[in-house]
Design a protein around this ligand. Structure first.
Ligand SMILES: C[S@@+](CC[C@H](N)C(=O)[O-])C[C@H]1O[C@@H](n2cnc3c(N)ncnc32)[C@H](O)[C@@H]1O
Length: 280
């Protein structure tokens, strides 16, 4: 696998505990993201016979859906850097001969195919140098090809992150502050930045449409708490915490989520951008 030194931090992160937790929680995470998947697939409109690259495919949920949409005459390649997540993805292929997974850094890998569609569900915000990464991805598209992905809007619009993070923060060791352009889940929150990156990468006719959803964190408050500590920004926040700090943070999160747990399931607002573009 080609590994530019600059993406090493993310490669380590997604091959470590985070990737293992995602693989173990695949079903639950995919359930939580089902509405988002439906929306981004609708925006991408994959057609029978098309060739699709699923960038940062993780445990493969959207690759499976894309493979079903393009059918046996099409082709779907799911590319990711995370071994544990790819292992989970590969175990789910079933009889879909049109689907394959590969371990590759999408920022630099020379994909051998000319794709009709570059697709991603939350897999393109982790590049250290997104301009170069998108210019590289652009080379794998046919001249008539298109790009569709979904990314998070600002944390302040994403209550499922904002509420628990605000509650936990004072109980855990201070985190190195992540700049708005640093690789991470919210790196593509600023639409001006996304448009700039895509234009620099050779894309055109760029659209960004807000898609709002409800993130179901669990059936009960207990379940939501466990779930939040296993993935995403809260798990990152708790990484360096001692057992007593974790406990204090969990108590604070429980209190903050209580108003959302008056009825089941426990759900909080999620805010995304649906992004589409064409080859420039
Ligand atoms: C938030 S997860 C989303 C996974 C999957 N698309 C989903 O929706 O379940 C981000 C994914 O991007 C992958 N990723 C991060 N940087 C990458 C890179 N440079 N090349 C390929 N995949 C990358 C991670 O390994 C991880 O699987």
């Amino acid at each position: 696998m080609t590994q530019p030194a600059s993406n090493k931090e993310q490669i380590d992160y997604w091959n470590g505990d985070a990737g293992k937790r995602w693989a173990a929680q695949q079903e639950r995470l995919d359930g939580m993201l089902a509405d988002v998947s439906k929306a981004v697939l609708k925006a991408a409109a994959p057609q029978p016979g098309e060739h699709v690259l699923d960038v940062g495919c993780g445990c493969g949920q959207t690759s499976l859906l894309l493979a079903d949409a393009v059918g046996p005459s099409g082709r779907v390649v799911g590319a990711d850097i995370s071994e544990p997540m790819l292992a989970r993805a590969k175990s789910r292929i079933g009889s879909r001969s049109q689907l394959s997974f590969m371990q590759a850094d999408a920022a630099s890998h020379r994909f051998d195919s000319q794709f009709d569609l570059l697709f991603s569900r939350f897999g393109v915000m982790f590049f250290t140098d997104p301009d170069t990464a998108f210019a590289n991805l652009r080379k794998s598209l046919k001249p008539t090809g298109r790009l569709t992905f979904v990314c998070w809007r600002e944390p302040r619009e994403n209550d499922w992150v904002r509420v628990p993070v605000a509650a936990a923060r004072e109980h855990v060791p201070p985190q190195p502050s992540l700049g708005p352009e640093d690789p991470g889940p919210f790196a593509f929150a600023n639409p001006g930045r996304v448009r700039r990156i895509l234009a620099n990468g050779g894309f055109d006719v760029i659209t960004m449409r807000p898609f709002d959803t409800q993130m179901i964190l669990g059936e009960t408050l207990d379940e939501a708490l466990v779930h939040l500590q296993e993935f995403g920004p809260i798990s990152r926040l708790l990484n360096e915490a001692s057992p007593s700090q974790r406990e204090a943070a969990a108590n604070a999160i429980r209190e903050a989520l209580a108003p959302y747990a008056k009825s089941s399931p426990v759900k909080l607002a999620g805010a995304t951008w649906l992004v589409t573009a064409k080859c420039g």
